[in-house]
Design a protein around this ligand. Structure first.
Ligand code: ZN
Length: 149
């Protein structure tokens, strides 16, 4: 089996098997962690039965609302992880997912946030359009709370 011809449009770092292996491992671990976190909310907002009765219904409502917000953020994170894993498989990992851009995502960004699928510029534009337009990398905060972008 010969090597597949590379057209030279991708920087070596992005097709480096060690880099991709390390990224895949980080993403698989993150997938497991996020999946466990989502599962931990099922007793609170699961479909079966009523939640534990709290005599303080105001506090109960607040807890339910907070749980829903957290689960939503975790689901966004999980979707990004799965997309990044798919992009490793189809050799587009590290390339901005905006079809009009397709710039390479800086390596240090991928190191800090392996599930990043947009370059900084496109993510900023996306956040503006989603009404998150604070310029503080809202999605990165959801995706990679520890990342300092
Ligand atoms: Zn881009």
């Amino acid at each position: 089996m010969g090597m597949k011809g590379e057209k030279g449009t991708v920087e070596p770092d992005y097709s480096n098997p060690a880099f991709l292996k390390r990224s895949r491992e980080k993403l698989e671990k993150a997938k497991t962690d996020v999946g466990k976190k989502i599962a931990s909310f099922f007793p609170i907002c699961g479909p079966k039965g009523r939640p534990q009765t709290n005599p303080d219904w105001g506090a109960e409502a607040t807890a339910q609302f907070n749980a829903a917000v957290i689960v939503q953020a975790l689901c966004v994170n999980l979707a990004a992880i799965l997309e990044a894993l798919a992009r490793i498989e189809n050799n587009t990992y590290g390339i901005c997912a905006n079809p009009l851009c397709k710039q390479q995502i800086p390596l240090d960004r991928l190191e800090a946030c392996p599930q990043a699928i947009y370059c900084i510029s496109c993510q900023h534009n996306l956040e503006q359009r989603l009404g998150l337009g604070t310029g503080h990398w809202v999605l990165d905060t959801v995706l990679c709370p520890k990342a300092k972008t």
